[in-house]
Design a protein around this ligand. Structure first.
Ligand code: ACM
Length: 630
């Protein structure tokens, strides 16, 4: 099929048919959508016509349809309500599809099963929300709106990362994370498997990595406000994945067309490894324990220069480190069919390296002029090991420190500058900038959400474009959201932080840049809340809450500003410690907060109904966030 012919056809369809508002809210926005006029009624029993080569997708469709509707699902070439077709189409590529719904039923066509799978994700989004239900619904009388869609992704890498070190998530939880990704056409699951707070993957030749490194003293409370455990305190919190677990999760992800990229974060973030094998650090006599969330690092000099009060780095001058990591990657490589292995490389404190006579001797021997070049030496040794296992290496942007060579790819997290520099050097790049894609940052009003590093509203996440001006777009593999779990003990909390913000990342990663439209997107995201409810997925409703900022004017007065993320919201507030409602003052423009005020209380309404969280913001917080206007 030629794109032009298709477009002409769909445009004709739109012109002839009188457009009627339909419930078509697809995220990520497809390449092209033409709504028709009418609906296809899902019959009492549903025939599916598909080639046997598409069984991987057909089976999932049949199971979900059966689960949610209870209808009879059968396979037949005649009178099929749903037809899956493998075709040959240059335009659609490896992951594209077309979806047509008309009086004859539903047809999804694609070059590949992945394309069919994405067509199925889109079809679910135009079915009633209950298609996502895990139990059979009663009174099924479903109509599917007529529509013609042609769709394909902008980027081949559409990633989400889950940190399973700071808190351990069972393989069942990880599968839930993967299910949630698949709905929004993500295709790379980055599994952050090791860190200071736990080593989570079984390495049979180094058993202490999990028998010791996967366990820490149990603590609840605020991260980095945790009391340091006594050395003899039982280490009861943690867990790890056996190699069989890993294979099961990788196969599960594959069934949803998601590749898994494992991360072993070295040479920094290695407190768990050092606890298992202290001889790998430059402070081998230190009485290590796996970090329980207590503070051990001074981050003041991030950008490569944090200071570790407890040494959480591996010793780059110790050959045993490379021997051990060779064993680690020897066992990891066959478990993960994907072409890349991630070696971390971020936030490595160099203060203990600086003090080490052995590291100084290494510098002399190798002609390394500073600690950045020592980092580069270590990274190149990792690259050699990873390449020797038939894999390519990826790392956080600090792997650029001191020089990077070969086919290493860079994941840009400290903004986009690392990505730009890497691309200029010809390295492939995945964009995951913290100022747009760090979905661990609180997403609504600080005083309601609790502080995790900093805030990030969905509107800001949505505004990101992964291809910086002047950079060869072929080098930008794609875009990724990162979920760090310092404050997230359960998968439900992870979901709350993920959604709906990751929908914004999904749309940036999949949709053509010129199809992005915030006002349209945020309404679609809201329409997806009922889909998430049906799928029993946690999510935040921060889009209803005002973005509250303050400024100090030239007279030193505190000015309060409220801004909505979406249109149509009214914000009512009090400044006299009373509960607000829609008879309180309505925010219309920035105002001065009188000096005697203790707190500002706010609630949002839409169509005269309360819709947002009740916010109670203490004056101290409003003072603290004030920017000066001169
Ligand atoms: C990172 O956030 N340290 C990659």
């Amino acid at each position: 099929m030629k794109l032009n012919k298709f477009l002409a056809l769909t445009i004709a369809l739109v012109c002839v048919a009188q457009l009627k508002a339909q419930n078509v809210n697809i995220i990520p926005e497809p390449f092209h959508v033409a709504k028709g006029n009418g609906n296809f009624q899902l019959p009492k029993s549903i025939a599916i016509n598909a080639p046997t080569s598409a069984n991987q997708v057909t089976d999932q469709i049949a199971i979900q349809l059966k689960t949610a509707t209870g209808k009879t699902i059968y396979f037949s070439k005649n009178n099929a309500s749903i037809t899956l077709d493998i075709i040959k189409d240059e335009v659609l590529g490896n992951e594209g599809y077309t979806l047509n719904v008309n009086a004859a039923g539903v047809t999804i066509s694609a070059n590949t099963n992945a394309g069919l799978f994405y067509g199925w994700q889109t079809l679910q989004q135009i079915l009633p929300a209950a298609i996502y239900a895990k139990t059979t619904q009663s009174n099924i009388n479903w109509q599917i709106p007529y529509v013609s869609i042609i769709d394909k992704p902008r980027f081949g890498w559409r990633g989400m990362m889950l940190d399973v070190s700071r808190h351990f998530f069972s393989k069942g939880d990880v599968k839930i994370f993967i299910d949630d990704m698949a709905r929004y056409k993500f295709n790379r699951f980055h599994w952050h498997l090791t860190d200071d707070q736990g080593w989570r993957i079984e390495i049979k030749s180094l058993p202490k990595l999990t028998s010791v490194g996967a366990w820490r003293a149990e603590r609840k409370g605020k991260w980095m406000n945790i009391t340091t455990p006594a050395l003899n305190e039982p280490k009861t919190y943690g867990g790890f994945y056996t190699q069989e677990d890993i294979k099961e999760v990788v196969a599960y992800a594959k069934s949803k067309f998601i590749e898994v990229i494992p991360e072993v974060d070295v040479p920094g973030h290695s407190m768990a490894m050092n606890t298992a094998y202290p001889e790998l650090s430059t402070t081998p006599n230190y009485p290590y324990q796996v970090n329980a969330g207590d503070e051990f690092m001074d981050w003041a000099g991030l950008n490569g220069h944090p200071t570790a009060m407890i040494d959480n780095s591996l010793d780059p001058s110790n050959e045993k480190v490379y021997e051990y990591l060779d064993k680690v990657f020897t066992e990891i490589a066959p478990l993960f069919p994907f072409e890349y292995i991630h070696m971390g490389g971020d936030e490595n404190a160099k203060n203990n390296w600086e003090k080490s006579p052995n590291v100084q001797a290494l510098m002399k021997k190798e002609g390394l002029k500073d600690q950045m070049e020592v980092q580069s030496y270590f990274v190149k040794r990792m690259q050699k090991i990873i390449n020797s296992k038939g894999k390519k290496m990826m790392g956080w942007d600090e792997i650029l420190q001191g020089g990077l060579t070969g086919d290493a790819a860079v994941m840009s997290w400290q903004g986009i500058k690392g990505g730009i520099e890497a691309a200029k050097q010809g390295h492939k790049v995945v964009m995951s900038p913290n100022d747009y894609n760090y979905i661990d940052y609180y997403q609504g009003e600080l005083t309601a959400e609790g502080k995790v590093y900093r805030g990030l509203r969905m509107k800001t996440t949505y505004s990101f474009d992964p291809v910086p001006a002047g950079i060869d777009s072929n080098l930008i593999l794609g875009n990724q959201a990162n979920q760090w779990t310092e404050q997230l003990q359960t998968i439900r909390k992870v979901q709350y932080m993920n959604w709906p913000r990751s929908m914004a990342v999904a749309e940036t990663s999949w949709s053509p840049a010129n199809k992005k439209d915030w006002n349209k997107f945020v309404k679609k995201a809201e329409a997806h809340f009922e889909k998430l409810d049906a799928a029993v997925v946690g999510y935040a409703k921060s889009i209803y809450d005002p973005i509250v900022t303050t400024q100090l004017n030239t007279k030193g007065e505190l000015i309060l500003i409220m801004e909505g993320e979406m249109e149509g919201l009214d914000f009512y507030y009090t400044i006299d410690d009373q509960m607000p409602d829609n008879f309180s003052d309505k925010y219309t423009s920035p105002f001065v907060i009188p000096s005697d005020v203790l707190s500002v209380r706010i609630i949002s309404y839409r169509d005269s109904k309360p819709i947002g969280k009740y916010l109670n913001i203490p004056i101290e917080s409003l003072n603290k966030r004030a920017t000066k206007v001169l």
